[in-house]
Design a protein around this ligand. Structure first.
Ligand code: SF4
Length: 361
């Protein structure tokens, strides 16, 4: 009776969120050249989000519109990924995840269609096999494109629109020129949307030139090209979303919708984005023993992690409603009364050194 009452209370009081992102796994079958999973592979904590914890979390998602099953890992490696999708769909939620596409076999594609997954994001790092396969090591451009073409066929046969396919393109200096062919690729695989992101977490000195913002001599060219691509995509009914790569170090805008969404990592920690909680194990095997290193302004610094609480011992509703979380959201609230210098000074260290914030204006 007490448990039932607690669940009811949780459902009623749960926060109204645009989405909750849940890191269902930190296992990955790829080795992308820019990913912390690749650089920190010896200390990486590979784990799956427990299904029991997922069940416990559900009452706190009563007023959440979209559940996105995504973190630093490949979601289709989770043995219960489709059970998680089913649980969310049974509660009337929209569900999505982003995949590297290597496990989009026919069986999984049919399950995704049958379960009416709403959004299927697929990662690309080029519009040719040579670039994509070089950057997203362990994945195969042609295989991913073939899988998406198969999905498109199934959707056409059944006359359905779900899942909406979104291409997630990582923009690097070395693959930028290929982005001009993204509309053609999106049309070929039946994608409705392309999200082109900047590389903002730099971990190796040899990658220093890859973020677009580290190539100031090309910034005007990048901006002009992105405008042209957006227009071309729009003419093909494809939404092309991007942020201009020019840096603004004093920007107080976080592009992660931190006031209306949150991320729960594989260990249950709640934070505003995936950058605040990548999990390493270190020698003791316990989470958060070591820190991911990132290069900021030419210097390697530890990526300071932070969490507002863990859903293993506190409900998401209580965590979201805590004073500390409220104060954090107030920094990024468009209607905050704080001055820019107060916002910058009040940010946690990982936000202060976050290139994602600096390319968001
Ligand atoms: S500023 Fe950066 S680190 Fe901070 S919440 Fe936004 S994306 Fe995450």
């Amino acid at each position: 009776m007490l448990t039932w009452l607690k669940k009811q209370k949780e459902q009623i009081l749960s926060p109204i969120l645009d989405w909750v992102q849940i890191e269902v796994t930190t296992h990955c079958n790829a080795e992308c050249i820019y990913c912390p999973h690749t650089f920190a592979r010896e200390d990486w904590l590979s784990a799956h989000f427990p299904l029991t914890l997922f069940h416990d979390l559900l009452p706190s998602l009563s007023h959440t519109n979209l559940v996105f099953l995504q973190g630093w890992g490949e979601p289709l490696l989770h043995p219960d990924i489709f059970e998680m999708v089913r649980l969310c769909k049974n509660q009337g939620k929209k569900v999505g995840f982003t995949t590297n596409g290597m496990l989009l076999n026919k069986k999984n594609i049919h399950t995704i269609v049958d379960l009416q997954v709403d959004i299927l994001g697929v990662n690309f790092a080029g519009t040719t096999p040579s670039s994509h396969n070089r950057i997203r090591k362990g994945t195969d451009f042609n295989a991913v494109v073939a899988a998406l073409e198969y999905l498109q066929r199934i959707k056409a046969e059944r006359k359905i629109r779900k899942p909406a396919v979104h291409l997630a393109y990582i923009m690097l200096a070395s693959n930028f020129d290929e982005l001009s062919r993204i509309t053609r690729l999106a049309n070929k695989v039946g994608a409705e949307q392309v999200v082109a992101s900047n590389l903002t977490l730099i971990q190796e000195p040899q990658l220093f030139q890859e973020p677009l913002f580290n190539n100031p001599q090309r910034l005007n060219e990048y901006s002009r090209t992105l405008v042209i691509i957006k227009k071309e995509a729009a003419a093909n009914n494809i939404l092309f979303a991007y942020r201009d790569p020019a840096l603004n170090e004093t920007s107080c805008v976080c592009p992660e919708n931190v006031c209306q969404a949150c991320v729960i990592n594989v260990a249950g920690e709640v934070g505003p984005c995936v950058f605040t909680n990548p999990i390493l194990s270190g020698s003791s095997g316990k989470a958060a023993d070591k820190k991911v290193l990132t290069i900021f302004q030419g210097q390697p610094i530890p990526l300071e992690t932070f969490s507002f609480g863990n859903i293993k011992n506190t409900s998401l509703t209580r965590i979201w409603g805590s004073k500390r979380y409220w104060e954090f959201r107030n920094l990024f609230d468009p209607e905050t009364r704080l001055l820019p210098r107060e916002i910058l000074a009040g940010m946690p260290p990982s936000c202060q050194t976050c290139y994602k914030r600096m390319v968001s204006s």
